[in-house]
Design a protein around this ligand. Sequence first.
Ligand code: GDP
Ligand code: ZN
Length: 321
Amino acid sequence: MSLSRRQKWRIEKVQSERIARANKAADKTEKNFTDEGSPQIGRVITRYGQRQLVESLSGELFQCTGRQNIGFSVAGDEVVFQPAGGIEGVVTAILPRENELSQKNKLIATNIDQLWLVVATEPHYQFELIDRYLILAENSNLSINIIVNKIELLDELDQLSKDFSLYQDINYQVHFVSIKKELNLDLLKKQLADKTNIFLGESGVGKSSLINTLIPDLELRVEEISSKTKLGKHTTTNTTIYHIPSGGDLIDSPGIREFQLDNFNAKEIVNGFREFKALVGKCRFRNCQHINEPDCAIKVALDSGDIHPSRYENYLNLLPE
Ligand code: GDP
Ligand code: ZN
């Protein structure tokens, strides 16, 4: 696949920014080290106790401890590390994060390019649940799109495409796939390439099946990493980045596959409906909750059909009492 000019430019820009950041961070820390090679940029692949496995830009793995006072790194973090002989290293800085995925105030992963909400025809998708995942993403600066799995179970797809057109109308991508029958997986694989991806969704929708299709030797790789970290089976529960053979990375763990949404406050809920955003400042009352207030821009948009009734209904249902 040839890259467009713009993509090339972006990659070069990102790389030069990374190097600049690295040099700056390295300058600060260099004098504290005996010379075991220059500081490098890497990415935390997994973390286990006080240690972390860091992949360098050239793809080598280093077992690193972390400098004190630099904070707690997790899978996805870009870091500066100082090789300390062999495969040992010391992480000296965590680079600024693009975004964070947390649950119950516990940081799970960072620098995620793409969250994928996986739903299915069986167990049947629920709009309210979809909207709650979208709220999570919108509030965490995370890009999110939707995968609808098990489409081969339906005789016809009219209702399905009608149901999800409301999400496409507000610019969420929707992929209709069957993992079992391998329908429409090629386009999805293309979308995963060059990105760091995470799959979220309820149990039974097909996340594990999808991951096994994308990375057929996942178990082997988990074992490889376990042997590198010398922690055996323990490591299989830790959140880890895997490279997808067809392109892109996947951040995965049993915890991510069982991810449960936290509750949201009213502000997060309003902020979580992207089609409300341009309107909220236009209500007559600054503290408008968009329920029964006069001259409410959201209600006007609802009446004119610019906001979908299902989305508004879920908004009301989700607001705290
Ligand atoms: P997870 O809980 O989200 O990880 O879901 P799993 O990957 O464990 O899948 C749950 C069930 O759905 C398993 O029995 C899978 O075989 C089945 N499944 C996965 N993909 C498809 C599909 O495309 N069509 C059908 N009919 N079943 C599927
Ligand atoms: Zn309003």
